[in-house]
Design a protein around this ligand. Structure first.
Ligand code: PMT
Length: 221
């Protein structure tokens, strides 16, 4: 059990994967289960923080003592994160947010037509929530943490993503069809803008969550 070092702090955590609808029955989505974000929310609450968890399509039960805001799409997640971040000491974006969404939404189910090729799907950019909250901090000293889901060149991609997104810490984890997404374990390196690299060996998602809050707590005091 950790010190209650987040007492009096408000932290925001995002979890899960956004779903970008094509029509009333279909969406573009990803494999995030929300487990890593929920572990972060539980750990922060256990350390005394007031926690707002912005959850997208997880189906997980609300952790005790955590304020959960349910969202579906990236645009909805942006709205909920911006609102909760207004008075937050720290924001941790563990959600897998779709970079693109279908340009058009069909109000009726898209039907296949005999002998015809399917219509191509045109995508447009979603807002980058992490880059936005990092560039325009709601409070001085607010600590912003991103996650990077990478499949190759994990560390090099992580460093350039940390710079691009403008956050203070970036948790780089490797993902794949059966890696990290949905599992109980994770393995990561946490990169800091100060050049620090904190490796977190393969273990329960709770352990990575504690390391993230250790690093956040250091930067808050
Ligand atoms: O949910 P689990 O099954 O437990 O799996 C955990 C996880 C793999 C989803 C998690 O550990 C993780 O890596 N989350 C981030 C996934 C992701 O979207 O990474 P990214 O490299 O595409 O995005 C980088 C960062 O920018 C993330 O903090 C993301 O929340 C944020 N982002 C991305 C796109 C966007 N439009 N807005 C954002 O804010």
């Amino acid at each position: 059990v950790r010190e209650p070092d987040l007492v009096g702090r408000h932290v925001v955590v995002s979890a899960g994967g956004t779903r970008e609808p094509l029509d009333p029955v279909r969406f573009l989505g990803n494999r995030s289960s929300g487990k890593q974000g929920y572990a972060l929310a539980r750990a922060a609450a256990a350390r005394g923080a007031r926690v707002t968890l912005v959850a997208a399509n997880t189906g997980l039960p609300a952790p005790a003592g955590v304020d959960v805001v349910q969202v579906g799409t990236a645009v909805q997640m942006r709205e909920a994160v911006l609102k909760a971040a207004a008075d937050a000491d720290a924001v941790v974006m563990a959600a897998a947010v779709a970079d693109f969404r279908p340009a058009a939404y069909a109000t009726g189910k898209i039907k296949k037509k005999d002998g015809q090729d399917p219509e191509p799907v045109t995508l447009i950019r979603n807002p980058d929530i992490l880059a936005e909250i990092a560039a325009d901090r709601a409070r001085p000293g607010q600590v912003i943490v991103g996650f990077a889901a990478e499949t190759d060149d994990v560390l090099a991609n992580g460093r350039s993503k940390l710079e691009r997104k403008g956050c203070d810490l970036l948790v780089v984890n490797e993902v794949g069809e059966r890696k990290t997404f949905g599992s109980e374990e994770n393995e990561a390196v946490v990169l800091g803008t100060d050049g620090s690299e904190t490796p977190v060996p393969h273990g329960p998602k709770e352990a990575l969550a504690e390391t993230v809050w250790d690093l956040v707590a250091d930067r808050l005091t």
